[in-house]
Design a protein around this ligand. Structure first.
Ligand SMILES: [Zn+2]
Ligand SMILES: [Zn+2]
Length: 198
């Protein structure tokens, strides 16, 4: 089911309409429906597990409230357009896999690479933006059944600590969480300073 308001928020955050943001947003709307919680944020009760780290992840965060910052978003990048949400306690949930091609040809990908490397002509840039918008719009108009294969899954995500005591770097003097630095000759050294010394 299409939640127009949610879609507008996701598109605004993401900054453009493209296949990825459409798929991530539609998957997010569908999971909320499957869980009987349309229009709600489920970050407190569920983990989102995304199998890519591109555009659609923005939709997941805005619409389901499973964000990187609140530790409800797991990136398990396999380059797949698949999105799962599982209960934090039981591990029960659903995996939604895109059934249709993200792109209808490789042309937009070739153009995308040129845009990223800064070698695209203005015409190629325009063409890429147009193809991205057009494919996004096509996917937006498809039904949930056309878009996704839905599977019930059980996937337990072990919790992990993310906060550690802060210590001061003996080199630059900045504070950092102990777990992210190194001990060099008995002195705390932050990651950037250890890289610089390596
Ligand atoms: Zn995008
Ligand atoms: Zn330092």
């Amino acid at each position: 089911m299409m939640d127009q308001q949610a879609w507008e928020k996701a598109a605004a955050l993401h900054g453009h309409v493209c296949p990825g943001i459409v798929v991530g947003s539609r998957a997010s709307m569908l999971i909320l429906e499957l869980l009987g919680r349309p229009g709600q944020h489920i970050g407190a009760s569920h983990y989102a597990v995304v199998e890519n780290e591109v555009c659609g992840v923005d939709g997941v965060q805005v619409i389901t409230g499973c964000t990187l910052g609140n530790d409800s978003l797991i990136i398990d990048n396999q380059g797949k357009f698949a999105f799962s949400w599982v209960d934090k306690n039981s591990g029960e949930g659903y995996r939604l896999l895109l059934k249709v091609p993200v792109w209808k040809s490789n042309e937009p990908l070739v153009l995308h690479e040129k845009v990223k490397f800064g070698t695209a002509t203005p015409e190629e840039k325009q063409k890429f933006f147009a193809m991205r918008q057009e494919r996004g719009q096509e996917l937006l108009e498809m039904s949930d059944q056309e878009l996704f294969q839905v599977d019930k899954i059980v996937r337990k995500i072990p919790g992990k600590p993310r906060l550690f005591p802060f210590v001061q770097c003996s080199r630059c003097g900045e504070s950092f969480m102990e777990a992210y630095g190194q001990l060099v000759s008995g002195q705390q050294v932050c990651a950037a300073c250890s890289r610089a010394e390596a």
